[in-house]
Ligand binder design. Structure first.
Ligand SMILES: [Zn+2]
Ligand SMILES: [Zn+2]
Length: 359
């Protein structure tokens, strides 16, 4: 049988405190304990003797709804007004539960109000942040948007180059011997590396876990609702940290070289040895005169065709444009230009970008 503990109560009418749980009427004002009574224990637990406990009731007081008083479980009529127990439905626990529920509802409501307030505050803060972000974003987009403008052709420049190649015997190496090459030597060399499993390493890790060490008895005190409490023991686990090691195998790879035959050879090839360059600051591009020596031939022809343009937004710029556009352009022709935030300027013709520069 669990032990019983003495309880106390306070009088809600006259304010007398620490009234013995065995007393039904307040010694200060004579009022019986009623609706507002909540039993409590003293800090130092005062046990009833085994004898007392054996005779004590473990049933809650019942509540007389006519006169607001609590009566012992074995009383069939209200000790204050004589009303029958059958006409009352609640006991001490029902009243405490209702009071707790009311208090909880009140607290929940207050909590809800706080949350609403917090939410609306967060909302207005979020809105402010959003507004600032929006303004910054718009400013950024405006700053990054390319600025359109016009540019007028002021001048022309050009450069042309004809590559001259000569037939030469050169030394080379490769993983394959090309046709027409004269092999000088071969060697086995590292072509690439393969990742190969070499071995496994055993990795040991220190780990810990919580395990039950032993049980301890804890006591809970149940309000019997009649001025006494029942001591209810519980076995609760006490944990301790257990250390252990865990091992696993981890693969270790090595770079293994893969060898292949490398060929060293000489080969006859057309190699660019010089160029015939021409340039001008006018609109009449010309190729240079080619005079070939023995063992020489003409290679690729390349050219750069520059439009010198100027505009309000870009100042004076030089654009390398395709030859046909350069040929057809006249002094005073107007092109569209787009200036980007990064300093890049595009030259457009019929909506298409024909050249771009960094300035
Ligand atoms: Zn009182
Ligand atoms: Zn009564």
């Amino acid at each position: 049988m669990n032990k019983l503990v003495k309880g106390y109560w306070d009088c809600a009418y006259c304010g007398t405190k620490g009234i013995d749980g065995d007393l039904r009427d307040c010694p200060g004002c004579g009022k019986p304990r009623g609706e507002d009574v909540k039993f409590y224990m003293k800090d130092s637990v005062e046990y009833l003797s085994e004898e007392e406990a054996a005779h004590a009731s473990r049933e809650a007081d019942w509540y007389c709804s006519f006169c607001d008083s609590l009566n012992p479980a074995d009383a069939e009529e209200c000790k204050s007004c004589g009303a029958s127990r059958a006409d009352s439905e609640k006991n001490y626990h029902d009243i405490r539960r209702e009071a707790d529920e009311k208090a909880a509802a009140k607290e929940a409501k207050a909590h809800e109000r706080d949350r609403e307030l917090e939410k609306s505050r967060a909302k207005s803060k979020r809105f402010k942040i959003l507004a600032v972000v929006g303004v910054v974003l718009i400013a950024l987009i405006l700053a990054l948007m390319p600025k359109g403008g016009k540019a007028t052709v002021d001048d022309f420049k050009w450069e042309r180059s004809i590559a001259i190649e000569s037939y030469q015997n050169v030394e080379e190496s490769a993983w394959e011997l090309p046709a027409g090459a004269e092999l000088k030597s071969k060697a086995s060399e590292i072509h690439h590396y393969d990742k190969v499993l070499d071995h496994y390493d055993t990795i040991t890790e220190e780990k810990s876990r919580e395990v039950i060490d032993h049980y301890e008895t804890e006591y809970e005190y149940k309000d019997l609702g009649n001025g006494k409490f029942e001591e209810v023991p519980h076995e609760v686990p006490v944990y301790t940290t257990e250390y252990y090691t865990e091992t696993h195998e981890e693969p270790v790879y090595v770079d293994e070289p893969v060898y292949q035959t490398k060929y060293y050879y000489s080969i006859w090839k057309w190699i660019e040895c010089r160029s015939v360059d021409t340039r001008g600051k006018d609109h009449k591009a010309e190729w240079g005169d080619v005079k070939l020596s023995n063992g020489e031939r003409e290679g690729q022809r390349t050219g750069h065709y520059i439009l010198v343009v100027s505009g309000k937004k870009i100042g004076t710029c030089e654009f390398d444009v395709p030859e046909d556009i350069w040929n057809n352009a006249k002094e005073g022709d107007v092109f569209k230009v787009k200036r980007h935030a990064g300093g890049e300027i595009e030259l457009l013709d019929g909506g298409k970008t024909i050249s771009r520069i960094k300035k």
